[in-house]
Design a protein around this ligand. Structure first.
Ligand code: ADP
Ligand code: MG
Length: 695
């Protein structure tokens, strides 16, 4: 196999387009892709024909508008290319109209009240900035999805809008630096994806994994991750075979799968692609997750993307590496070589610092899901408090600027931005601060709170929009200034002063930090999804998102509903699954084993033999069974109340305050019972089986 040959072989990419489209059509489309011109409907037929020919040659029989509704997964409805011909046979057809617009029945996708049920129509619209590709036998056309009234019902639309917003404002700032050559600023993302692999046969015996993607019960195994022997450890042959297969599938789709390694927890792994434009990175990450799951089944494995599949071992996240770059190839978050470049870098740097500080609630809520709530703040993941890590060198520079004081790294007495040479700061290689939720890593920021199953769209929408809003404000101020250099200098200083509370270079897992962050610095600690989501309707946040044209007010209100609805639904399923497993599997097992012990006990008694072990154990298990029974009844009783709730906020708070604690109360005695029930009787595979079962 030659990697360069298979790479992108299933993608209708630039090279294919150049080869297959008439020059005029190609040039027109290229302009649209590069953001220089709207789509010319006149080119659609030619593109559709070329796409169809290419796809049919590759064995495709169907096409679909591929989109990302607010369910968290991707959606597709396949239509075949066939069209009846007069001779009773069929021809393969695909028109420009079919390429540009689709009309899936949208009534079953979440809309948060945006689309009354009688208006079930939703529209998908071709996104030419993300290449079409073939998956299986289907030509997939990346599309945006919106309602009849034009409101976005997906993740791509606001993401594209947020990229436009940051482009607009960053260009204004760059003009002030005299950069007239730059035509476009885009954000890039490289998402590092964590996941677990478990054996399929073992998986199938766990209703909790099947229904909810995470274990709802499970006693701690004798061995967990304490030896640190898995991280970067040698990869088992079966896992390696999976990774090889996965890489090939991803490469065919033009996804730049680059790094693979074992993660900290047993059975946990990571895959990182090379970064690319945010929109494409988002589509690619969505595809990556889908293909990870699919390829796993070929290897008798199941890929778990849940944020916290196992209690007591690390959960999975997605590190969202983010930067801004110009079309001329300059990374705006890369410290430059000249004083001029350096000061430009510092302005963008402090803009991000201010954006993260001002809109911390939006970043936090962008990653808020029932699954991620178990991870954030547990002691392996970033805390729920957002802060920025800069590293020592950069911190010292900002300190010096703020204080107008000499910086030790330079012989200059005082840093006057834009005039004096700033110290050349190198990429801070000392950063292995894994505890920071938002770390500067040399030429990009790494947002580490994103959950492993989340689309990266939401986090990047908020990040782009927040930074755009701050850049807009800064551009407003600088454009008015009479003396640009001194206004710039002041702006950077003031921004550092006003927003330095968000910078924290220490250990984010430390309890003392959480106290300092919340008590002294006034940072938010939004521990759960309902706590975080309330901030989506905060006036300042809404004004900003509407002002940046990323969301309309109706869209924001609908997203508030949908995100809480998703939260409620997933926990509901978990609660019901727990009750079911406790009643139908755990209690019968405990009772069955107790009966065996009891009969052994009677037998021994009759013989006059000592039976202390059996007596003690039967008593213990019986007591536990009573506790389990009661806890299951309590939880079941609480779940009955769901039907009486009409307001989604009320339901989400009820889940947070009552259901989740009741689930913990049920789990504890069940896990204890597991610890003293014969393995022969325990009704499903243990943590040990799951975590160490892939050999
Ligand atoms: P690590 O974080 O493990 O040190 P790297 O820094 O090499 O690894 O990269 C992690 C991820 O960040 C990769 O997906 C990589 O492509 C991405 N990345 C690197 N540079 C940038 C950039 N300028 N913008 C966005 N992502 C980037
Ligand atoms: Mg990293």
């Amino acid at each position: 196999m030659s990697v360069p040959e298979i790479f992108g072989s299933m993608v209708f990419d630039d090279q294919v387009m150049r080869g297959r489209l008439p020059a005029k059509v190609y040039n027109s489309l290229k302009k649209t892709i590069e953001g220089d011109a709207p789509l010319d409907p006149g080119v659609a037929n030619a593109v559709a024909t070329a796409m169809r020919d290419w796809a049919v040659e590759k064995g495709a029989t169907h096409f679909t508008h591929w989109f990302q509704p607010l369910t968290g997964t991707s959606a597709e409805k396949h239509d075949s290319f066939i069209s009846p011909a007069p001779d009773g046979r069929v021809i393969m057809e695909f028109s420009g109209k079919e390429l540009i617009q689709g009309e899936p029945d949208a009534s079953s996708f979440p809309s948060g009240g945006l689309r009354a049920t009688f208006e079930a129509r939703g529209y998908t619209a071709w996104d030419p900035t993300s290449y079409a590709f073939i998956k299986g036998k289907t030509l997939c056309i990346p599309t945006a999805f919106c309602s009849y009234g034009g409101e976005a019902l997906d993740k791509k639309t606001p993401l594209l809008r947020s990229m436009d917003a940051i482009n607009r404002q960053a260009l204004r700032v760059l003009r002030l630096f005299g950069r007239t050559d730059v035509k476009r600023v885009t954000t890039s993302v490289g998402p590092e994806q964590e996941y677990f692999l478990v054996d399929e046969e073992t998986f199938k015996k766990r209703p909790d994994l099947i229904y909810t993607g995470r274990t709802l019960f499970g006693a701690k195994p004798p061995k967990g991750q304490e030896l640190d022997d898995h991280y970067f450890g040698s990869i088992k042959p079966r896992v390696q075979a999976y990774m090889d297969d996965l890489n090939q599938e991803l490469w065919k789709l033009g996804i730049l799968a680059k790094t693979e390694h074992n993660e900290v927890a047993p059975a946990q792994h990571e895959l990182a692609p090379i970064y690319t434009t945010t929109n494409i990175a988002t589509d690619h990450n969505q595809l990556t997750m889908e293909i990870m799951r699919k390829v796993a089944t070929r290897h008798g494995l199941v890929c778990l993307l849940h944020e916290k599949p196992f209690a007591g071992v690390n959960g999975s996240g997605k590190h969202n590496n983010w930067s801004m770059a110009t079309d001329s190839g300059i990374n705006l978050l890369s410290p430059g070589d000249t004083p001029h470049e350096n000061v430009q870098f510092l302005l963008f740097l402090v803009a991000v610092i201010r954006a993260v500080d001002e809109y911390q609630s939006l970043l936090r809520l962008s990653v808020a899901t029932a699954g991620n709530d178990h991870r954030l703040g547990a002691n392996e993941a970033p805390p729920a408090v957002i802060s920025i890590f800069l590293g020592e060198e950069l911190q010292a520079i900002l300190d010096a600027i703020e204080a107008d004081a000499p910086y030790a790294g330079t012989e200059k007495t005082r840093i006057k931005l834009g005039v004096d040479a700033l110290p050349r700061f190198t990429r801070d290689t000392t950063d292995r601060n894994r505890t920071s939720p938002f770390a500067f890593t040399g030429n990009k920021f790494e947002f580490r709170m994103v959950g492993s199953s989340n689309s990266i769209a939401c986090a990047n929408i908020m990040l782009n929009a927040s930074v755009a809003a701050v850049l807009e404000d800064m551009a407003d101020e600088l454009e008015k200034a009479e003396d640009f250099d001194s206004a710039l200098h002041d702006l950077i200083r003031v921004t550092i002063k006003e927003h330095k509370r968000i910078i924290f270079n220490g250990n984010g897992y430390d309890d003392a930090w959480i106290e300092e962050a919340t008590e002294q610095r006034g940072l938010l600690n939004l521990k759960t999804t309902p706590d975080a989501m309330a901030w989506l309707l905060d006036k300042k946040n809404m004004d900003m998102l509407i002002g940046q044209k990323v969301f309309s007010e109706a869209e924001l209100r609908s997203r508030y509903e949908i995100q809480l609805e998703n939260y409620c639904k997933s926990v509901r399923i978990e609660a019901l699954t727990m009750v079911d497993m406790a009643r139908k599997q755990i209690l019968p097992a405990v009772s069955g084993y107790s009966a065996v012990l009891a009969s052994a006990l009677t037998g021994k008694k009759a013989l006059g033999v000592a039976c202390g072990y059996e007596t003690k154990l039967v008593e213990r298990l019986s007591a536990l069974a009573d506790v389990i029974d009661e806890a299951a009844d309590d939880l079941a009783g609480l779940t009955d109340r769901f039907d009486t709730m009409e307001d989604i906020t009320e339901e989400a708070c009820f889940i947070r305050d009552q259901i989740l604690p009741a689930m913990d109360t049920l789990r504890a005695p069940c896990d204890q019972a597991e610890g003293c029930t014969s393995s022969e009787y325990w009704p499903f595979p243990t943590y040990g089986d799951l975590l160490f079962g892939v050999v």
